[in-house]
Design a protein. Structure first.
Length: 392
């Protein structure tokens, strides 16, 4: 049976080792640096831009993160031993241009080249987000993006509750919440972020308390106001994604116009009795709320949940789908529901999908964003377009 020394000698005979200056030159020329150290090592310091894959996960994750087998790879560990074995493995998997950094991270530091502890997860974060780190499509880079992301929730009710919980658990770094209501006993049938001890408390404060207890990595920004034309631009500006759990049409139209003006994608969700729907309105890539619903329906056509009722579990499903779509947008994962309307029927346990297309007569578009004036509808659905300063 071959000893470790024999295995290392075999690897060294098959791979190419380079010193620090040569490795730095390759990286500057576009080579990918692969750091195969363990989490407790990388948390103490890493090199900016390195793709961190622990040696034990290399075979499982590398093909999902390096799609070009001919890209030059510089493999690094702490001292140059594990990287030699990793380089041999990568060559056996079909990667054609692989080198091992002699002396590893220690030699890099000794050479006085830049490194730091920024841009890496702590040991506590690695434990918390370990299941994300095991997904090649997310990994450490994706988790760091989540921690640096900002999501605004419109509503801390039935849809906002599950969305907030799962976005917080996923490590979205900043979560804003807009809701002027207080917790009522009738909310607890479905608004799972609140509890009996918080009856009468502002919903934004109740939700913030739950989120902070769930994940201390998350900063919560509360907006205990009604969203309207006077405040919408200031509130939503700076967020990466908006999760729309509004229960009224005026707020949805004001949100649409402001989000189109700023180019912020909105993950829309709504529920009614036993049915729910989800879609993504990205004004830079697809249709928006006014394309789907140019004019608001009458109160008789669309009674709210207080009048019509709603199955308590339904918003948990729809809000969770909204959270998934938000995460997909934040880490650029998969195919978001842009231009697609997903309908869920709880009674038949069935999903249906419909195509949404841009309405050529819709004047509220990202291309015309400078012409949009944000106004409250007051029963009117038509947008007010700013007057041209050119006099034409």
């Amino acid at each position: 049976m071959a000893s470790f020394r024999d295995m290392l000698a075999s690897a060294m005979a098959e791979i190419t080792e380079v010193d620090v200056p040569a490795a730095a030159a390759l990286i500057d020329a576009g080579a990918r640096l692969i750091d195969v150290r363990e989490p407790d090592e990388t948390s103490a310091g890493s090199i900016a831009g390195a793709l961190i894959i622990p040696r034990g996960m290399l075979e499982l994750q590398i093909e999902g993160k390096v799609v070009d087998p001919d890209q030059t790879l510089v493999v690094m560990c702490a001292g140059g031993t594990r990287s030699a074995l990793a380089a041999q493995t990568l060559q056996s998997m079909g990667f054609t241009s692989v080198v091992s950094l002699a002396g590893g991270f220690n030699a890099w530091k000794d050479a006085g080249l830049p490194w730091g502890d920024d841009g890496s997860l702590s040991m506590e974060q690695r434990a918390r987000y370990g299941r994300h780190l095991n997904l090649p499509e997310i990994g450490e880079a994706g988790q760091l993006r989540l921690l640096d992301s900002k999501v605004l929730l419109l509503g801390a009710g039935g849809l906002g509750s599950p969305a907030a919980l799962y976005l917080a658990a996923a490590g979205v770094g900043t979560i804003g919440i807009v809701d002027m209501d207080v917790v009522d006993a009738s909310n607890l049938q479905r608004q799972v972020i609140h509890n009996l001890d918080r009856l009468g408390q502002k919903k934004v404060d109740s939700a913030a308390e739950t989120i902070r207890r769930l994940n201390p990595d998350v900063t919560v920004v509360t907006h205990p106001v009604r969203l309207d034309a006077s405040n919408v631009m200031d509130i939503i500006d700076g967020y990466d994604v908006i999760v729309d759990g509004a229960d009224n049409f005026p707020a949805r139209y004001v949100l649409n116009d402001a989000s189109v003006k700023l180019g912020i994608p909105v993950v829309h969700g709504s529920i009614f009795r036993f049915e729910g729907q989800v879609t993504v309105f990205d004004p830079t890539r697809g249709p928006t709320y006014r394309d789907m619903l140019p004019t608001p329906p009458s109160a008789e056509q669309a009674p709210n949940c207080a009048v019509a009722g709603v199955l308590g579990v339904l918003p948990g499903i729809v809000g969770s789908i909204q959270a998934i779509e938000a995460i997909k947008l934040l880490v650029e994962l998969g195919d978001p529901l842009i231009g697609r309307l997903l309908i869920f029927d709880a009674l038949d346990m069935a999903f249906s999908e419909y195509v949404l297309a841009a309405n050529p007569e819709n004047p509220v578009t990202y291309e015309r964003r400078d012409e949009i004036s944000i106004v409250d509808l007051d029963g009117l659905c038509a947008p007010v377009m700013a007057q041209s300063t050119s006099g034409t």
